[in-house]
Design a protein around this ligand. Sequence first.
Ligand SMILES: Nc1ncnc2c1ncn2[C@@H]1O[C@H](COP(=O)(O)OP(=O)(O)O)[C@@H](O)[C@H]1O
Ligand SMILES: [Mg+2]
Length: 269
Amino acid sequence: MTPSKTKELALKIEDVSIAFGGLKAVDNLSFAIERHEIFGLIGPNGAGKTTIFNCITQFYKADSGSIHFINAKGKETDLMDLSVHEIIDEGIVRTFQNVELIRELSIMDNVLIGAHHVMKQPLLGQLFNRKAIRKDEAESREKAEKILAFLDIEHLKDLIAGSQPYGVQKKVEIARTLMSDPELIILDEPAAGLNDTETKELAMRIKQIRETYQTTILLVEHDMRLVMDICDHICAISFGKRIAVGTPKEIQSNPEVQKAYLGEEGELE
Ligand SMILES: Nc1ncnc2c1ncn2[C@@H]1O[C@H](COP(=O)(O)OP(=O)(O)O)[C@@H](O)[C@H]1O
Ligand SMILES: [Mg+2]
């Protein structure tokens, strides 16, 4: 599948570096993501994949380099000028390597949390205009129900999130990202802990999300079959450095990539 014909970019990462103590976790890394593509970031454990996600979402501030996001209207934003809380307003959301839900709340309530920033009523308005809030809430609930139905978990909406199997919790996390009308969804190891059947379903879902919600997707994943199956382009990194960027075919046959994976569990098939 080819991404947008005009090849508009959605995210540009240029020469980004970040060190922890003496360790360069990300080392002069550059790659660009086209709008509406599914872009994979791969690399052995400790290669710096989660760290680069944290730099994009401004959870960490990169030591150097630039990270620019170009939204669907063509507006370019230097993400390094923003705080971690402002990232969601740009239309960028993420999931976490270890599922992060409020375990004691219902699935519905966990999903509704994702709607917070799109509620139409400003805070002061919320104090005085109860009717408008109820309308906002009703709209959010309806939207959440649609998303849960899209992910086939609507029937579980009133159950406590923490009591659900891991596969369901991962779906709830994805549902929450969809509540914020995202333009870019960043998924950190979405298939980790899933069985074969669940992983196949996830692959289908990610492609469906791209189509239905018209988003760009950036993912880190160890399951090479999933990565090779759904990604338009892949960047392979090792020790924080880029070793190759290309189509799944190009990455699979790249000797540098194969070398980086020798002795790793997630071998390239
Ligand atoms: N907050 C931190 N403090 C110190 N070291 C860190 C921190 N975050 C990540 N690292 C280190 O950076 C390197 C890359 O980690 P990470 O990005 O989590 O790798 P990956 O996601 O590719 O497995 C690792 O050596 C890790 O220990
Ligand atoms: Mg990681």
